[in-house]
Design a protein around this ligand. Structure first.
Ligand code: UDP
Length: 469
């Protein structure tokens, strides 16, 4: 049986599987795909019945620049295709244009790259937002596993978008504010949810950038299986509902976060922000981060800076713009930095809370770390994630009750909420912290040997190896 080496050459030894992984070009999609691929790469145990897995991970040139120097296992190699748009900045400034380009300009270069590979792929793992990728695999007779980097609940909403459209609930038009309070319970696996908590885009009500999402349900059914970046115990109802509907295996394999690198990181505490965290008292610090690429208005940034300052709570704030001005506004209680190793920060013993935009990776990282959450969603899945955190999982509070870039939360409210979130000893707060620890425990069990995610990953590996021609 031919096998594929990391450099693409062939040897004739054991059963081998060459997986091509294609994430959507964004941090919140690349991170979980990369973590999954590293786990898969580590499954090449060397035993004859498991065989080897070699992975080709495809990113745009720009992303190759960002992640090219990260440590990689020998059987995982990076390959690049031309950039979708000139720079990542363009992504936030023209989101609809970026999404359109990902949907229309990536397929061609990706196919060319497939043609150039030294050994043909035996399986593909592609982000479920790349709806064209399943068709590419089907045409070439390569089985495709679709990876969903949103929560299972959000995937269920997206999968049932036709129901929402039929009922006039997508796109959500909240120009009449009372409409937001109307609740629906017809989406399989989703407990009653208000229209205000459904995913929505920036340009309510047109949501032009959401058009491609409508293709996900028709493309996904032609995939071989669905991989979910979550664990069964976290979103059981939605996962059960998806398993009942979809015509193929559904594997929750998450959280797909770099928890295996945490041990190495703690031996190296050179970063100034880690030293700063080391100097703070146990559970006292609020970590603030509103995601890797979107930002709030400058008026909202000013309110956040003033509110944090007035709260008197120590905080670490990742803000990618205007750091020096923000640092001045924050005084000596807070530290403002452009980027950090987020999982490491969340797992630091000084951490007491996480103010987040509710990106799904950030949510999972908080669950893994057992840190309670202040929710501040900006757009799309962050909105239902906020509801999941606050109402269903009960591991957080809503900082932002009304969603929309133009809705400003004022400094007084921020200071008040931050203070009681961090310091309150009321029953409600104790219960929130207890729930966060309980979920952390469930999360760690899921990824341990014999846990639900670990078992699902094993089953998936067996499946892709079985498909080996
Ligand atoms: N992240 C990080 N350092 C930072 C900010 C973000 O490592 O300073 C990582 C974070 O750990 C997460 C990802 O970037 O894995 C962001 O993904 P998420 O889904 O939370 O949000 P997005 O940025 O995609 O909206």
């Amino acid at each position: 049986m031919a096998s594929v080496e990391a450099d693409g050459s062939k040897t004739t030894s054991r059963t081998s599987c060459h997986v091509v992984a294609m994430p959507y070009p964004g941090r919140g999609h690349i991170n979980p795909m990369m973590n999954l691929c590293k786990l898969l790469a580590s499954r090449s145990s060397g035993s004859d019945d498991e065989g080897d897995i070699v992975i080709t991970f495809v990113v745009t040139e720009e992303w190759l620049g960002f992640i090219g120097s990260d440590p990689m296992p020998a059987n995982l190699r990076l390959r690049s295709i031309p950039n979708v748009i000139p720079s990542e900045k363009g992504r936030a400034n023209n989101f609809a244009g970026f999404v359109e380009a990902v949907m229309t300009k990536v397929e061609g270069p990706f196919e060319e790259l497939l043609d150039q590979l030294e050994t043909p792929p035996t399986a593909m793992i592609t982000d479920n937002y790349l709806t064209w990728a399943v068709a590419v695999g089907n045409r070439r007779n390569i089985p495709v596993a679709s990876l969903c980097t949103n929560s299972p609940s959000v995937f269920s909403v997206i999968y049932h978008l036709d129901l929402l459209v039929q009922n006039g609930h997508f796109p959500v038009d909240l120009s009449v504010p009372e409409k937001g309070g109307e609740c629906i319970s017809y989406i399989p696996g989703i407990p009653s949810i208000c229209l205000a908590d459904l995913p929505r885009g920036f340009n309510n009500p047109t949501n032009q950038e959401l058009e491609p999402v409508k293709k996900i349900s028709s493309s996904i059914v032609k995939a071989e299986c669905l991989l979910l970046n979550s664990f069964y115990e976290l979103d059981t109802q939605a996962i059960d509902a998806l398993r009942a509907i979809l015509p193929f295996p559904v594997y929750p394999i998450g959280p797909s976060i770099p928890h295996m690198t945490l041990k190495d990181a703690t031996t190296d505490s050179d970063d100034d922000y880690i030293k700063w965290l080391d100097s703070q008292s146990l559970g006292s610090v609020l970590y603030v981060s509103l995601g890797s690429f979107l930002s709030v208005s400058s008026a909202q940034m000013d309110e956040i800076a003033a509110g944090l300052h007035d709260s008197g709570v120590p905080y670490l704030w990742v803000a990618r713009q205007d750091n020096s001005d923000l640092q001045k506004a924050c005084g000596d209680k807070g530290l403002v930095i452009p980027w950090c190793n987020q999982l490491r920060v969340l797992c630091h013993s000084s951490l007491g809370g996480f103010w987040t935009h509710c990106g799904w990776n950030s949510t999972l990282e908080a669950v893994f770390a057992g840190v309670p959450i202040l929710t501040f969603p900006i757009v799309w899945d962050q909105i239902p994630n906020s509801k999941l955190i606050a109402d269903d999982l009960r591991i957080g509070w809503r900082m932002k009750k009304e969603v929309g870039r133009d809705k400003i939360v004022k400094r007084e409210e921020i200071a008040r909420t931050v203070q009681s979130f961090m310091y309150s000893n009321e029953e409600e707060s104790k219960e929130m912290r207890r729930r966060a620890r309980e979920l952390q425990d469930a999360c760690r069990k899921a990824i341990e040997k014999g846990g639900s995610s670990e078992t699902n990953l094993d089953a998936f590996v067996r499946d892709i190896l079985q498909h080996h021609p």
